[in-house]
Design a protein around this ligand. Structure first.
Ligand code: AMP
Ligand code: MG
Length: 514
C-alpha cells in the first residue's frame, strides 16, 4: 500500500493541541489533538477491502508494514495521528464537547483522479476526547459497522466505508445491557474511510466557544474541499453551503426510507456535514414495517429516533447547524427559509422515491394518499417491508394472492385483515394500469429500487455468534450477498426474521454498548 501518500491536512490547516498529552480533557479553541494509537502487538487481520483500497489510491496489501498499519500495531514515520474535537446535541440536549473518543485519524490520501479520502481507526485506543471510556471497540459492534457500511454503499446509500477489520488481540470488559453484568468480550479495531468525517458537531463546538475565526476557517475548508461547486468569492457562500448540506441531508433521509434503515442515534454529533450515513451503532433495517420502531434500547422511552421520525429529526438537527453557522451567515430569514423548505423538499423526493418503489413511472394525483394508505396497510398487517416489494414485483395475473404473499406477514391475518390486504392489492393494480410504461419496464424500475437483500440484524447476530466461535463462513457469505443487494444470490436470506428472534436483544433491539 502507498502509506507514504498519507498526509495530515488538519495539522497544517487548523489550531490543534500538539502537546501529545493523553489525559482526557477539554481542548478549547482546538480543532484537533495529536494522539497515539494503542499499538496492538497481538492483532490479527480478519478482513481487508481491496477494491476500496485500490479505489482511494492506497493500493493492494503488500508487506507486513501494511498489516501493522491496518491493525493499529505499528505506523510508518510519516503518519501523525490525531483526534478531532466536536460537540453535539444528544437526545435533544446540548452535550458540550464530545470529540473522537475512539476514532483516531491516520490522515488523508488523494487518488490519481484527485479524490480525497480520510482514514481513521475505530477502537485503536483512548484519546483526549474519550471521556472516561477506554477508546476500544468490541468485535460485535465492529463486525456490525464493518459489514453494514459496505451493505449501505452497495445499496447506493451515501455512507462512510470499511477498509479493514482486525482482532485487536485484547479482551475488553463491557456491561452490554447496562444491568450490572460486565463480561469480557473480544476486542477489535477497524479502519474506516470517508471523503470527510466532518459532523454538524464540529461546527457546533467552535460556534459555542465563539471561536468565529476558526469556525470560518473550518467552513471555508469544507467549501473548498467538499463543496467546490460553491464559489469562494460568492458573498452568500455560507448560506449556499447550508442549503447544500440541507439538500444532501434530505436526500439521505429519502434513501434511508427507501431501504428501511433506522440509524438509532441521530444526535447532531452523528450527522455528517457531507450527508453520509455515519457512526453505525444500534442501527437496524426494518423487518416488519413500523414507523415507531427504534432499534436503540436507550431510545425506547421517547422513541425520538424511530424510523418514521428520522426526517423530522434531521430537520431539527439542521436547526442546530443553522444556529452554529449563524455568526457567519447573520441572516435569520434565509436560514429559516432553508429550514422550512426542507419539509417540502423532503416530501417531494420521498414521493418520487415511493413511486419508483411501486413501479410508477410518474407521480399522479392521489399518489400521496396511496402511499399513506400503503404505509397504514404495511403497519397494520405487520408486513415485511423488503419482502413486500419483492413479492409485489413478482405478482402476476392468475396467481393466488394468499399463497403468493403468505410469507411476508409477522402475524396471522384475520378475515378482515385479509380483506384489507386484497383491497389494497386491487387498488395497486388499478393504479399500475395508469402507468405509461409496460409492466416489464415497471418491474425493472422496481428491481433497481427495491433491494432483494438487506443485512438484517438477526443475520448480523448469527454472524457475530459464529465469529466469536472462530467460524467465518457466514461472514463471507454475507459479504457476497451485500455486494449484490439487488440480486437474490442466496434464497435463504430472502425470508422474514425467524420467530425465535422476536424481541431478542441484539436482533430487534440493541444497546449502545460497543
Ligand atoms: P456515539 O453514541 O457512538 O456516537 O458516541 C458518543 C460519544 O462517545 C463520541 O464522542 C464517542 O467518541 C464516545 N465514545 C463512545 N464509545 C466510546 C469508547 N468505548 N471509548 C471512548 N469514547 C467513546
Ligand atoms: Mg458518534
Amino acid at each position: 500500500m502507498n502509506l507514504d501518500l498519507i498526509h495530515q491536512p488538519y495539522l497544517e490547516n487548523f489550531p490543534g493541541d500538539q502537546s501529545g498529552d493523553k489525559q482526557q480533557r477539554q481542548t478549547p479553541k482546538m480543532v484537533f489533538s495529536t494522539t497515539e494509537i494503542m499499538g496492538f502487538d497481538q492483532a490479527e487481520l480478519i478482513s481487508f477491502n481491496e477494491n476500496l483500497a485500490v479505489e482511494i489510491g492506497l493500493g493492494k496489501l503488500g508487506n507486513s508494514q501494511d498489516e501493522d498499519f491496518l491493525n493499529a500495531s505499528k505506523l510508518p514515520d510519516n503518519i501523525k495521528t490525531y483526534a478531532t474535537a466536536y460537540a453535539g446535541h444528544q437526545f435533544g440536549n446540548w452535550a458540550g464537547q464530545l470529540g473522537d473518543g475512539r476514532a483516531i485519524f491516520a490522515g488523508e490520501i488523494t487518488n490519481e483522479h484527485g479524490k480525497k479520502t480520510e482514514l481513521q481507526w475505530k477502537g485503536a485506543g483512548a484519546t483526549p476526547y474519550s471521556r472516561h471510556a477506554d477508546g476500544r471497540a468490541v468485535l460485535r459492534s465492529s463486525i456490525r459497522e464493518y459489514l453494514m457500511s459496505e451493505a449501505m454503499h452497495h445499496l447506493g446509500v451515501p455512507t462512510t466505508r470499511s477498509l479493514s477489520l482486525s482482532f485487536s488481540g485484547e479482551d475488553i470488559v463491557r456491561d452490554m445491557m447496562y444491568d450490572g453484568n460486565p463480561q469480557y468480550e473480544k476486542g477489535a479495531v477497524m479502519m474506516r474511510t470517508a471523503e470527510s468525517f466532518l459532523r454538524f458537531g464540529h461546527f457546533e463546538l467552535l460556534s459555542a466557544q465563539q471561536e468565529t475565526e476558526t469556525l470560518k476557517k473550518l467552513t471555508d475548508f469544507t467549501i473548498t474541499n467538499y463543496y467546490a461547486e460553491i464559489s469562494e468569492n460568492d458573498p452568500q457562500k455560507y448560506a449556499e453551503l447550508f442549503q447544500k448540506i440541507a439538500n444532501r441531508t434530505a436526500d439521505l433521509m429519502v434513501e434511508w426510507y427507501r431501504v428501511g434503515f433506522v440509524h438509532g442515534v441521530m444526535n447532531t454529533d452523528n450527522m455528517s456535514a457531507l450527508g453520509l450515513t455515519i457512526d453505525y451503532g444500534p442501527f437496524s433495517f426494518l423487518d416488519e414495517y413500523d414507523l415507531s420502531f427504534t432499534p436503540n434500547t436507550t431510545d425506547l422511552p421517547g422513541r425520538r429516533y424511530a424510523f418514521g421520525s428520522q426526517a423530522k429529526i434531521a430537520q431539527w438537527n439542521l436547526w442546530q447547524l443553522a444556529n452554529a453557522l449563524f455568526p457567519l451567515i447573520k441572516d435569520e430569514k434565509i436560514l429559516e427559509k432553508i429550514l422550512n423548505d426542507f419539509t417540502e423538499n423532503f416530501w417531494q423526493k420521498h414521493d418520487l422515491m415511493m413511486a419508483d418503489k411501486f413501479g410508477f413511472n410518474e407521480l399522479l394525483e392521489g399518489d400521496g394518499e396511496f402511499f399513506t394508505n400503503a404505509q397504514k396497510v404495511m403497519e397494520d398487517l405487520k408486513i415485511d417491508y423488503t419482502l413486500f416489494f419483492n413479492k409485489l414485483e413478482r405478482f402476476e395475473n392468475g396467481m393466488n394472492l394468499k399463497d403468493h404473499f403468505q410469507d411476508i406477514f409477522y402475524h396471522f391475518l384475520s378475515e378482515e385483515e385479509s380483506l384489507q390486504f386484497s383491497e389494497f392489492i386491487n387498488l395497486y393494480f388499478n393504479r399500475l394500469a395508469k402507468n405509461e410504461i409496460s409492466r416489464a419496464e415497471s418491474n425493472a424500475l422496481m428491481a433497481k429500487t427495491n433491494p432483494k437483500f438487506i443485512l438484517r440484524n438477526y443475520l448480523l447476530f448469527e454472524c457475530i455468534q459464529e465469529m466469536n466461535e472462530g467460524k467465518k463462513d457466514l461472514f463471507l457469505k454475507l459479504q457476497k450477498a451485500l455486494e449484490n443487494p439487488y440480486e437474490e444470490l442466496f434464497p435463504e436470506f430472502s425470508k422474514k426474521r425467524p420467530a425465535l428472534y422476536n424481541g431478542q436483544v441484539g436482533c430487534s433491539t440493541l444497546s449502545c454498548s460497543s
